[in-house]
Each structure stands twice: as structure tokens, then as C-alpha cells.
Design a protein around this ligand. Sequence first.
Ligand code: 4GX
Length: 275
Amino acid sequence: MRIAVVSLFPSMLRAALAHGVLGRALDRGVVEVDYFDPRDHTVDVHRSVDDRPYGGGPGMVLKVEPLRDALRAARAAMPTGTRAVYLGADGTRFEQQTARAACDWPGLILVAGRYEGADERFVEHEIDEQWSIGDYVLSGGELPALVVIDAVARLLPGTLGSAESAVQESFTDGLLDWPHYTRPASVDGRGVPQVLASGDHAAIARWRLQQSLGRTWLRRPDLLERRGMSTEERTLLEEFKRAAAAARRLEDSRVVDDSYGEGESNEQDHSATER
Ligand code: 4GX
């Protein structure tokens, strides 16, 4: 897949993309990333890419011409059917489904804004989509561009080492991951859940799905709402809730023992976990 990035700081992306899974995907030619710097498309002596906002106020706005000409150079180098995306906090949310859709595009151009953003006429006239990676304010679109490249590139065939990862992921699609453990079997007196050492693969798969359901219920009920559950999954989650409540009661009784006679309250706030 071809990806082009329009950015005033291409070295930020180059450095990050040289490592790990993405570095290998680039070496193998699974994905190709090209850079287009708006400053290379300026004509004035100062090579200015920004200017003061009409209407006044603080900050600077990215000028249309350098951005437009960098984007047009990118488009000219990219396959037909390429889509141009502007990254900004005011875009629609970039999610896993957005990444899945984009990995079928022949080409993707990511435009990273800086300062107070780009002149609206550039966005209206040259951009196909606007994406935000989340509800927080960053100082530029370069990190969002990296996030998008990472999420898209790892879905392309040939990026990940084994086909296993993609298959495993679809199993608990839309849920949070289950907890992972590795050797040693005991660290600072803390062991590993017994089932994981049982060799009973069906029991392990059941436990992992149950942990995924339980964690999603505790931490991201919105995801569970969106995904829905099968009858079997509902049963697994009910069992998780009963076990969690029992563990809390046991924990509370220990707190009583620990603080006995110290005059401290042993009241625990369970409001976040009660459903
Ligand atoms: N998800 N930023 C864009 C410039 C800007 C400012 C105002 C449009 C309007 C962000 C995010 C993000 C910081 C990138 C501001 N563009 N991008 N930049 N969150 O915060 O994507």
C-alpha cells in the first residue's frame, strides 16, 4: 500500500517508522511511505507556510498555497482512487473499522496540521475526509499520522509475523484483551492463574474469553453495549461478576483484619463496579 504524508516535520515520522513491525513492513515493501513538505512548495524568500488569522486572535493559520501544492504533488505520485485525509481534533473519530476500510484503498494521503490548523478553504476544496484520533489537543498532526499508519499497516498481509495474531484477534473482536503472563511462575510471591498451566486448551480459551468480557464490562461498558453478547458469553460474564463480588468480599474481610484496632474505616467504594 502507498501512503503519503504532508507534513512540516517529516523527520518526526521517518524516525518513528524505522523501528519494529513497521520498520520491517517498510523494508519488505509491504507499505511505502513518501513525504511532502509544504515548505518545499513556498515561493517567497521567507518560505512562509503560515500567516495571521483573518478576524484576529492568537496563533497562526497554515496558508493554502504551500499545503495545496504539497498535496497536489502527493496526489500526482499516488495511484488513482487515493484518498486525502486531514488529521485534526475536529474530525470524525478514527477507529479500528476506519483502519480496516482504509487498508483496502490503493493509496492514502495523510495531512498533518500545525498551529491553529489549516485555512478552511484548503480543507473544503482539497481534502476527502477529516479524522481525529481522540478527544485531546495535540500540538500537531504528526503523531496522529503515525497512529493511523501503524493501525493501517499492521492490517496489511505481510506486516505481522504470523497469521495467528489476526485470527486470534477476531475471536474477541470488540472486547478488551485478556491478561497475559510469562515466566517465572512466581514473582514477588505472585503466581499465575492456575488454568493457564493446566494444559486444558478449552478451559484456557473459556477463561480468556471470560477475562475479556469481564474487563470490558468493568472498564469499557460502551464497547460491550456496541458489540452485544451471545447467550454463552452472558453466562461467562455473570460468572465473572459473581467471582469479582466474592473476591471483593474476601478483600474486605482482609482489610478488617489488617486494620483491626487501628480505628480506621474499612469502607470500600464499589460504585464503579456495581451494575
Ligand atoms: N486527532 N491535532 C491538528 C492542528 C489543527 C488545529 C485546529 C485543525 C484545527 C489531533 C487529534 C490534534 C492538534 C492535530 C491540532 N487542525 N489530530 N492540529 N486529537 O489534536 O488528530
